[in-house]
Ligand binder design. Structure first.
Ligand SMILES: [Zn+2]
Length: 111
């Protein structure tokens, strides 16, 4: 059994979701279509396009993470929550919060 407080986990996951939503809103703003504005010049336009694809990748990653966190939040009360799907050992809370999409402990995930 996990010795960690589930309410605590929920709080931390919720906090992370709020932060992620914030990030996502900023990234959506940054990935808006670039207007063919001559004023910014050719080189800065290329920069803008470059940054846009970086931000788009970041946005995709955040959205995946958000889904995983929401999933984790809905399953905090499950009896097997926080246990490695592979070896059934407890996954440290820090790892659950950082990588909710990972359902394996560090040892199993690196195997
Ligand atoms: Zn494991």
């Amino acid at each position: 059994m996990q010795t960690i407080n589930k309410e605590d986990i929920k709080c931390q996951i919720e906090e992370k979701i709020i932060k992620l939503n914030d990030d996502i809103l900023k990234l959506i703003d940054l990935t808006k279509p670039i207007s063919p504005d001559c004023a910014i010049g050719r080189i800065s336009r290329m920069d803008a396009i470059n940054n846009k694809s970086i931000n788009e990748a970041a946005l995709r990653q955040r959205k995946t993470q958000l889904k995983a966190l929401e999933f984790a939040l809905n399953h905090v009360d499950d009896t097997d929550f926080g246990n490695c799907v592979n070896c059934c050992r407890e996954i440290p809370l820090g790892r659950i919060i950082l990588m909710p999409e990972s359902k394996k402990c560090v040892a199993c995930a690196s195997r």
